[in-house]
Ligand binder design. Structure first.
Ligand SMILES: [Zn+2]
Length: 425
């Protein structure tokens, strides 16, 4: 057995009571451990619509966390959510000695099936394959952090790690559960991939998707003498009005992304049309502004319709409702996290200048922060760096897992020291 493998086995299986070291493992050792773990996780096909594989990936995580003193609970979705009803969320909790709750979140499902990493590539700095970055590498980074903390054998906070089985589908059926877990946390750390070349994410816009149905009256396009009610024309008016509502609010957007009509023929007027409207917003206030604007736009039929035998109507249903993750972290703590990240990159002779930025789309952290009243720090994008997410040539900068895990572990230990000092009489 090679020295690295035996170190790996000892390091990952060592019951925490036996470890007396107060130092974090070296980035080099952590890098070898992370590579091994990522290989194991990558050998499982955990596409969102393949629940048996998602479940296996979650069980592998449980296998890594149990020896570190975590108690595992499996959480099932609260409502039917299709094939993913068969894969639970992993909730792993380790009781600490300090009355603080640190929550780490990642997801086990991927958009595409994995590809093998060639044996010749094992020590290279970049691995290519779907899911390596999003989010298997994120989970490995999170597991490395809790391993680092437990291995350093000091007084620790309560640690909770959750892994969604269906983040790529919006984690249906878990929103209430995540809001509740988030409400108990003092620190929430999201392990979605880093933005750009390593940046962390301190806010994400929320989204609400409206499916709008316009119901008019069909008629022969040549013979109508005004008895038709044109649903397509009405939808066109509303597209213009809705689009300008979005541009009136900096940071928010309203995008009409699809229009589907009741038929695709010449010679018949359009009797009904369905419009998909995608709204994005930075705060709850922006959401309320957009929602009341949309309601007032949709509550009246704008185009000519007085001749029709049927009263034309507009109705909508909300298809997805994801709250915003508004910036709220203490900037001193964000600065110290950035310092630790840059220091760890420097230590590996990588000149990186990690920044804190606003993220594009939503993630599970949006649901976690919905009721997170006491959380001082909420950060996402702490997973590894890489690119081409959700593509067949998705890639991960492999060392970034260990580097970021080291930096985040140091930062957490520092933050704990500071709160120890404050609580001393
Ligand atoms: Zn992801």
């Amino acid at each position: 057995m090679s020295e690295v493998i035996s170190q790996f086995l000892e390091y990952t299986r060592l019951p925490y009571e036996l470890s007396k070291s107060t130092k974090l493992p070296s980035i080099h050792l952590a890098d070898q451990v992370c590579r091994q773990r990522l290989l194991f996780l990558n050998s499982i096909d955990s596409r969102s619509n393949h629940p048996a594989g998602v479940r296996s990936a979650q069980e592998l995580l449980a296998l890594w966390l149990e020896p570190l003193g975590f108690e595992i609970t499996w959480i099932w979705p609260s409502q039917s959510s299709g094939p993913n009803d068969k894969a639970p969320m992993l909730h792993a909790k380790r009781k600490g000695q300090v009355d603080q709750n640190v929550l780490l979140v990642g997801h086990a499902d991927t958009c595409r099936a994995p590809a093998d990493v060639a044996t010749t590539e094992l020590q290279s700095s970049v691995w290519v394959g779907p899911g390596l970055l999003d989010d298997k590498g994120g989970l490995v980074t999170a597991v490395q952090i809790v391993t680092n903390l437990v291995y350093s054998s000091r007084d620790l906070p309560n640690l909770t790690l959750i892994s969604s089985p269906s983040e790529e589908l919006g984690s249906p059926g878990f929103h209430e559960f995540m809001a509740q877990v988030g409400s108990e946390a003092d620190v929430i750390l999201g392990f979605e991939p880093a933005a750009h070349d390593g940046d962390i994410i301190i806010s994400r816009r929320g989204n609400r998707w409206y499916e709008v149905t316009f119901t008019g009256t069909e008629a022969h396009a040549g013979r109508t003498r005004g008895e038709h009610v044109d649903a397509l024309l009405e939808a066109a008016h509303k597209i213009v009005e809705l689009s300008s509502l979005g541009s009136s609010l900096p940071g928010a957007s309203v995008i009409c992304s699809s229009l589907h009509t009741s038929h695709s023929h010449f010679n018949i007027t359009c009797g009904s049309a369905t419009l998909k409207v995608d709204t994005r917003f930075e705060t709850e206030e922006q959401l309320q502004f957009l929602h009341s604007g949309i309601e007032s736009i949709l509550n009246k039929w704008t185009s000519k319709a007085s001749q029709g035998p049927r009263v034309p109507s507009i109705s909508y249903v909300i298809k997805d409702d994801c709250p915003p993750f508004a910036r709220r972290s203490n900037s001193v703590q964000i600065d110290s996290l950035l310092n630790e990240l840059n220091r760890a990159y420097n230590q590996m002779e990588l000149s990186q200048a990690v920044k804190a930025i606003a993220g594009g789309g939503a993630s599970d952290i949006n649901y976690l922060c919905r009721a997170a009243k006491k959380a001082q720090v909420i950060v996402d994008g702490l997973g590894p760096s890489g690119g081409r997410m959700h593509q067949t040539d998705e890639f991960i900068n492999v060392r970034s897992m260990a580097i970021r895990a080291q930096a985040i572990s140091r930062w957490l230990i520092e933050a704990l020291n500071r709160s120890d000092e404050r609580s001393r009489p």
